[in-house]
Design a protein around this ligand. Structure first.
Ligand SMILES: Nc1ncnc2c1ncn2[C@@H]1O[C@H](COP(=O)(O)OP(=O)(O)OP(=O)(O)O)[C@@H](O)[C@H]1O
Ligand SMILES: O=C(O)[C@H](O)COP(=O)(O)O
Length: 398
């Protein structure tokens, strides 16, 4: 399906003040960026606009400051990393609206790059409040959204601004949407989804829709424990949302009606506690000791997952199969990720993955670069998997 939104190829940028929404909500430790993936993804868009004579005015959020100017959530510490990776100077405005921003923007020259302070320091950002949108719009002539990972938010800088001026998808937004179109928009079947991880309650609802869109759903992680428990399996002390058992049973029913195979663990790696060096055993899922917890799926399950990967033409993945951060609970995730990567390199499979810990797991397996596309989005990726319309994308289509 052709893309239904304008890209930078369609934009007049020379001499224009270009408001560019990016996602700089990056992991930080002691004032330093610890994972620059999201910064690296927006560099091409920034460079292209500046090289075409645009005045680049970056809008971004950081964390959830709830409308307060929280010093620990200032974007200022990100300027050095951004400037270094761009190889160009980056200005900083201590506020995203008002006389501070107005003055600095007014003095910009073609090709300049400016980062405005955290938009969420104003509560009006998340309210998409019209007065705030107008103040922001007064700073620019053109709007570019390069933040797919924030596109599930209908905020002033992710949605409101696009109603005020010519709007375009940035290059990483464009790449994200084109890749995701391959993943679930109009995928080559059979499509297999892998959903794991720990955030069972925030993810379980997406599965109801997902089972109508895929041929098989492989469930791992804490999510699998919840489904096993819903089937009456004793999962011992495992991470499990027992109160979601009815939801899990409904999803399994929906899947059966939709002709989607639900692939649950056959065996498990269990331990008394989740820590490095803990003794672990491999048991059948119906033989989990009550005093133990499931921390990974076992080798029989990995073999079954890899068989599904071999059958698939398209694989969509969010959430690790086990507690991959600590060995030996990384085995299943590493094995499945490497197998999917091999099939992708052979040209037999389109692989699309998303989620903060999922990206980390793929990096740990050394295969993030072999997947067809790896999204930096977490919540937005899940909502997209669910088939929800993302406000920041819909408004670009208009
Ligand atoms: N069986 C398990 N028991 C306990 N924790 C598990 C298990 N399997 C996976 N996990 C944990 O799940 C976490 C990742 O789950 P999450 O749902 O957050 O993934 P994600 O969606 O990729 O991440 P993000 O929400 O940051 O985008 C990891 O920290 C991992 O240790
Ligand atoms: O990290 C993310 O998922 C995005 O930056 C969105 O952040 P939010 O969930 O605070 O809106």
């Amino acid at each position: 399906m052709a893309t239904k939104f304008k890209t930078l190829d369609d934009a007049e940028l020379a001499g224009k003040r270009v408001l560019v929404r990016v996602d700089l909500n990056v992991p930080m430790k002691d004032g330093k960026v610890t994972d620059a993936t999201r910064i690296e993804r927006v560099l091409p868009t920034i460079r292209e606009i500046a090289d075409k004579g645009g005045r680049v005015i970056l809008l971004a959020h950081f964390g959830r400051p709830k409308g307060q100017a929280v010093p620990e959530m200032s974007l200022k510490p990100i300027v050095p990393a951004l400037s270094e990776k761009l190889g160009r100077p980056v200005g900083f405005a201590e506020d995203c609206v008002g006389p501070v921003a107005d003055g600095i923007v007014a003095n910009m020259k073609d090709g300049d790059i400016l980062l405005l302070e955290n938009t969420r320091f104003h509560k009006e950002e998340e309210k998409n409040e019209t007065g705030f949108v107008s103040k922001l719009a007064a700073l620019g002539d053109v709007y570019v959204n390069d933040a797919f990972s924030a596109a599930h938010r209908a905020h002033a800088t992710t949605e409101g601004l696009a109603h005020h001026m010519p709007s375009y998808a940035g290059r990483t937004m464009q790449a994200e949407l084109e890749a995701l179109e391959k993943g679930l928009g109009s995928p080559e079947r059979p499509v297999v989804a892998v959903v794991g991880g720990a955030k069972v309650s925030t993810k379980i609802d997406l599965l109801s829709n997902l089972v109508k869109k895929v041929d098989a759903l492989v469930i791992g992680g804490g999510m699998a424990n919840t489904f096993l428990a819903a089937k009456g399996v004793n999962v011992g002390k495992s991470l499990c949302e027992h109160d979601l058992a009815d939801t899990a049973r409904q999803i399994m029913k929906n899947a059966e009606e939709a002709g989607c195979a639900i692939v649950l663990p056959l065996d498990a790696v269990v331990a008394a506690e989740f820590k490095a060096g803990a003794d672990s055993d491999i048991v059948a899922v119906d033989a989990v000791p009550s005093e133990k917890m499931i921390l990974d799926v076992g080798p029989k399950t990995v073999a079954a997952v890899n068989e599904w990967i071999d059958k698939a033409k398209t694989l969509v993945w969010n959430g690790p199969l086990g507690a991959f951060e600590i060995q030996p609970f990384d085995k299943a995730t590493m094995s499945a990720a490497r197998h999917a990567a091999e099939r992708t390199k052979e040209g037999a499979l389109v692989t699309v993955a998303g989620g903060g810990d999922t990206v980390s797991a793929l990096n740990q397996a050394g295969v993030a670069g072999d997947f067809t596309y790896v999204s930096t989005a977490g919540g937005a990726f899940l909502e997209w998997m669910e088939g929800k319309a993302l406000p920041g994308v819909e408004v670009l289509k208009a």
